[in-house]
Design a protein around this ligand. Structure first.
Ligand code: PEP
Ligand code: MN
Length: 354
């Protein structure tokens, strides 16, 4: 439920509301707006709902108490109408600018990573990606360089100034990965690894949560809720395609998810046309389509020599292809941003929707 405080409610009244919420074994999560404070009440309220709502309504300084209709609470637009903006080093994600995240599927060698990082920087990319721990379908495939790969990512970060995003698969790796990266990526295969979600949440670092291979939007947002409920507000969602009956592409790119998520949640939405399509020549058109649909950012895999890549070469762009794509992405973003909102859409329903 949502407790909206009156405009001008005092700190004492706020503290009284917080302590009542805690007294019920529930957790208050505050959102400080321009005018008033809204408190999201999170926890298993069950049959006590009516009594708790009545009690909170009667407290001094409370303007209204309303139930949140969605199963995800902190992730919902109802709780947090304003867009969440994630800031990491010089990069800003979700503020209406376009984030361009690029890099190799896997960190292979120091030279491969530094060459790629320089190309990302030169093309105006905003975040460097690269996997050091790779979730591979086969146990015999290259599993990533591990800690050595992380040290190469750190070096690339120092060299270019680009923030680094990399995947984390184990709870016990949080501290290690946090030393070398700026954004923790939870991959599709771990979207419902709940202990991992709690651990990355508690790290306090920005987290990019990729959509599970066959996850519904609601399941995905419930996973985001796990991270948010640890008190970490910096969650980014990444649509990377889902499993359907169609086998012509690696996955089916669900671009409807982009405006739908902007309607349901305040969290930034990034789209990954590389894993969604699995084919290099499909990446550019689908990246452009994702930007046109209102995505806050794009994540693409690039490689100095894709045909020799140790993983996902077929879907990796060459550095030249990326250099040609990046300005076009920005052009489309600029055009689409200037179009304004759908006049038929009720105000505020989809803040970034076109
Ligand atoms: C990746 O981005 O490196 C990756 C493994 O993607 P996904 O989790 O979407 O399959
Ligand atoms: Mn990959």
């Amino acid at each position: 439920m949502l407790v909206a405080m009156s405009v001008g409610a005092t700190e004492e009244e706020l503290e009284n509301v917080r302590s009542h919420i805690r007294g019920e074994g529930l957790t208050p999560h505050e959102s400080h707006g321009m005018e008033r404070v809204v408190i999201g009440v999170v926890g298993d309220v069950g049959a006590r709902k009516e009594r708790v709502m009545n009690k909170l309504s009667s407290l001094p300084g409370v303007a209204s108490v309303t139930p949140i209709s969605r199963p995800f609470k902190l992730a919902s637009r109802e709780f947090h109408p304003k867009d969440t903006i994630v800031r990491v080093r010089d990069a800003v994600i979700g503020d209406g600018t376009l984030s361009v995240m690029a890099g190799p599927c896997a960190v292979e060698t120091r030279e491969q990573l530094l060459t790629t990082a320089d190309a990302v920087k030169a093309a105006g990319g905003t975040v460097l990606r690269g996997g050091a721990f790779k979730p591979r379908t086969s146990p015999y495939s290259f599993q990533g360089l591990g800690e050595e790969g992380l040290t190469f990512l750190s070096e690339a970060r120092e060299r270019t100034g680009l923030p680094v995003i990399t995947e984390i698969m184990e709870r016990s790796d949080v501290e290690l990965v946090a030393r070398h990266a700026d954004i923790l990526q939870v991959g599709a295969r771990n979207m419902q690894n709940f202990p991992l979600l709690t651990a990355v949440g508690r790290s306090g670092m920005p987290v990019m949560l990729k959509r599970g291979l066959s996850a519904t939007i609601e399941e995905w947002l419930m996973s985001a809720e796990y991270i948010l409920s640890t008190g970490n507000p910096d969650v980014i969602l990444c649509e990377r395609g889902i499993r359907t009956f169609e086998t012509s592409t690696r996955n089916t790119f669900d671009l409807t998810a982009v405006p739908l998520l902007h309607h349901l949640t305040h969290l930034p939405v990034v789209a990954d046309p590389s894993h969604a399509t699995g084919k290099r020549w499909l990446v550019r058109p689908m990246a452009l389509a994702a930007v046109a649909s209102g995505a806050d950012g794009i994540m693409v895999e690039i490689h100095p020599n894709p045909d020799e890549a140790w993983s996902d070469g077929e879907q990796s762009l060459t550095l030249e292809m990326f250099a040609a794509l990046a300005p076009v992405l920005r052009q489309v973003h600029e055009q689409v941003s200037g179009l304004g909102q759908d006049p038929a859409m009720a105000a505020g329903i989809n803040r970034r929707g076109r």
